[in-house]
Design a protein around this ligand. Structure first.
Ligand code: S5P
Length: 242
């Protein structure tokens, strides 16, 4: 939020690109207009730890936290080891996502992963999803929030940005103590590919989101910098009017 307030943006960039070179270029293009950098490290085709450090350094240049959208879902002890491995997520990510499906101990497993390298990070639990037909029912959302409320490692929840009523219902349940970041937002597209759904970013913020996760609306735009600035403005104005 310090970064967000300094830059006047609630945009979390979903940097879904295939090479580290493209990632570094995009980060420098849009860095002034975004508040955090979300990655899917396992979609990067030319991954080496060395080249990944360039991505991390580029993010730090723009005062961005590294948010690896790993969507951990296994039992606690396996999630802990998956924080290491070839990508060594624990060594560079400040935030990760996790599903609640395997039980509440996944959160402690992830925290133990950071602990092994003397780092501390935060977990976003998926309380809702933006994709059509997902299985995250109301009861599942409630159990997810109960887990998050009981854990100092959980800093927030992923909500469904494509449906403002779902975001406001989530906000009511969560209260003000944790963050809600919402993917499934786009300024122009009504529908995404392969089951993705979109809503307007200002409506997601108006309904209670603290951050909007934007991917193709920015990296797929003809002018990513102008697009990032437009999302930043829409998100910040929506926050001010909320
Ligand atoms: O429910 C979800 C949760 C997430 S984290 N729906 C999502 O789309 N996401 C992520 O947000 C997804 O993994 C992708 O990186 C981003 C949305 O990308 P866009 O191109 O549709 O904006």
């Amino acid at each position: 939020m310090e970064t967000a307030a300094a830059k006047g943006t609630l945009v979390v960039l979903a940097a879904d690109l295939a090479t580290t070179e493209e990632l570094v270029r995009l980060i420098h293009q849009v860095g002034p207009h975004i508040a955090a950098l979300k990655t899917h490290v396992d979609m990067v085709e030319d991954f080496t730890m060395e080249s990944w450090h360039e991505v991390v350094a580029a993010a730090h240049t723009h005062d961005l936290m590294l948010f690896e959208d790993r969507k951990f879902a296994d039992i606690g002890k396996i999630s802990k080891t998956q924080m290491g491995g070839i990508y060594d997520i624990r060594s560079w990510a400040d935030i990760v996502t996790a599903h609640r499906v395997s039980g509440p101990d996944i959160v402690d497993g992830i925290a133990a992963g950071w602990d092994e390298v003397q780092r501390i990070g935060g977990v976003f639990l998926l309380a809702q999803m933006s994709s059509r037909g997902n299985l995250l029912s109301e009861g599942y959302t409630d159990a997810t929030i109960a887990t998050g409320a009981a854990s100092p490692h959980v800093l927030g929840y992923i909500g469904n940005g494509s449906a403002p009523d779902e975001v406001s219902s989530l906000r009511k349940k969560v209260g003000e103590g944790k963050m809600i970041w919402t993917p499934g937002v786009n300024l122009s597209a009504a529908e995404g590919v392969l089951g993705q759904r979109y809503g307007h970013p200002a409506e997601a913020i108006g309904a209670g989101a603290d951050g909007i996760i934007v991917g193709s609306g920015i990296h797929g735009a003809a002018d990513p910098e102008a697009a990032a600035a437009a999302y930043a403005e829409a998100s910040w104005n929506a926050l001010l009017s909320r």
